[in-house]
Design a protein. Structure first.
Length: 444
């Protein structure tokens, strides 16, 4: 019988762990034992465990071996929404809504129903959207420092779909995608779906290391760089102009595409110019309305270099054809009448207030955050395992995310990400105070 391939062994172990065949805490064979049992090279066995570690399924403990991680949902890409006790708070996912938004929706729907040609909303729109709808997005983007023609804007069903169709169109399986060592978890899902090789770029307190990126591009054939330069998720940084210029210079000298994620850019009122404005010939800018308007409004867009528009349009046509007419009408109407700009101002004020509460209630702890972002990166004590801390918090009804969800390489920081947007503002001080007390009570 032909020995199983490296990927087949990874897939087999991953399936066994997820199904519970290998329960949490199980000790796996040593590297040498695995190599002997599966008739593979020792280096290949090591690679199997490295990939399982990168997937967050196992953890290696020096001197003890490799163990199956707890998969209760508090350290993965898709956290379980079920808790062992009644839910107290969800600090794992941001679902910002402002008072009165339901009334805005009713008003907008009544206005749509009263239009002379409401039936037109039931027709299929062209892939990427009608010109007038693209123009509404292009006009909105002027306030973000992006000046493009409507033909270079494609409408999508949210930012994640924008990322999906861009990567589908512009990369091939096996291509190298450079990403921050800590980054948006959705990019890991897409890289896996498209067979891309994620290459983590070391991060500093102020952003990714451009010299490290340059070395990576020198040593490996990097096809594209995925980056979130304005209000990074999860670390909150805003790259300064010098670092943006350096990143663009590296991309140009190494002939890499740039995929710029502007999901949270609206939270900084006066950031430096987006990378799209600095390198429009190679930057694909994606964003949407889920964080600044409503998470259920699945409306996004991609701004593309003109030479790539047709390729990405074909990808969008294959994936979902286009956005629903009713959603597009709602979104572009709010973009055009100033509702989105007004909600963004409200979001910035709300996020700043929540950050102030977090700084007060978690004072003295290891916090990293943008002053008007909806996330906090909370470093833990050296003796604390993030998955264990998250499980203890879950037993109190509080759901959080661990660093594993954001790590794109083998290094997993001892940290949690707290999403501040969902709990009512008045409850946040108590919730964070109790969270702090729970974490500090965990013994060494």
């Amino acid at each position: 019988m032909r020995p199983p391939s490296y990927k087949a062994v990874v897939d087999e172990f991953a399936a066994a762990i997820r199904s519970g065949t290998f329960p949490a805490g199980s000790r796996l064979p040593t590297h040498r034992a695995l190599a002997r049992e599966r008739r593979i090279a020792l280096a290949t066995a090591t690679r199997v465990y490295a990939e399982l570690t990168a997937m967050g399924l196992v953890v290696g403990e020096p001197g003890r071996g490799t163990f199956v991680r707890e998969q209760s949902g508090y350290d993965g890409l898709e956290p379980s929404r079920a808790l062992p006790v009644p839910r107290v708070a969800d600090l794992s996912f941001n679902q910002p809504l402002a008072p009165g938004q339901a009334g805005l929706l009713r008003q907008a729907l009544r206005a749509l129903a009263a239009t002379g040609d409401a039936g037109a909303l039931l027709y299929q729109h062209p892939p990427g959207g009608r010109r007038r709808d693209r123009a509404a997005v292009a006009t909105y983007l002027l306030d973000r420092g992006i000046d493009v023609a409507p033909r270079d804007v494609l409408l999508t069903g949210g930012t994640q779909q924008a990322l999906d169709v861009v990567l589908r169109a512009l990369t091939r399986p096996g291509d190298v995608l450079a990403v921050d060592a800590l980054s948006y978890p959705g990019i890991k899902l897409l890289a896996s779906a498209h067979g891309l090789d994620l290459a983590p770029v070391p991060v500093t307190p102020t952003g990714p290391d451009p010299d490290a990126l340059d070395r990576l591009c020198r040593d490996r054939p990097v096809r594209a760089v995925y980056t979130m330069p304005t209000v990074h998720n999860p670390l909150g940084w805003v790259l300064d102009r010098e670092r943006r210029d350096r990143l663009v210079a590296v991309a140009r000298s190494r002939d890499c595409l740039i995929v710029e994620d502007g999901t949270y850019a609206f939270l900084d009122a006066s950031p430096p110019p987006p990378l799209q404005a600095l390198a429009p010939e190679r930057t694909c800018y994606v964003a949407g309305l889920s964080k600044n308007v409503a998470p259920g409004l699945r409306f996004g867009f991609a701004v593309l270099p003109g030479r790539l528009v047709e390729r990405v349009t074909r990808s969008l046509r294959a994936a979902a054809w286009g956005t629903p007419g009713i959603v597009t009408a709602l979104a572009t109407g709010w973009l055009s009448d100033g509702t989105v700009a007004r909600l963004e101002r409200d979001r910035r004020e709300d996020a700043a207030a929540r950050q102030g509460i977090a700084r007060d209630e978690l004072a003295g702890m290891d916090l990293t955050a943008h002053p008007s972002a909806y996330t906090v990166w909370l470093g833990l004590a050296p003796h604390q395992r993030p998955d264990h801390v998250a499980a203890v918090l879950a037993e109190t009804g509080v759901l959080v995310s661990t660093a594993d969800a954001f790590a794109t390489g083998p290094h997993r920081p001892k940290a949690l990400r707290l999403a501040l947007a969902t709990p009512p503002l008045g409850e946040l001080p108590r919730l964070l105070s109790e969270l702090r007390a729970t974490i500090e009570a965990i013994p060494p």
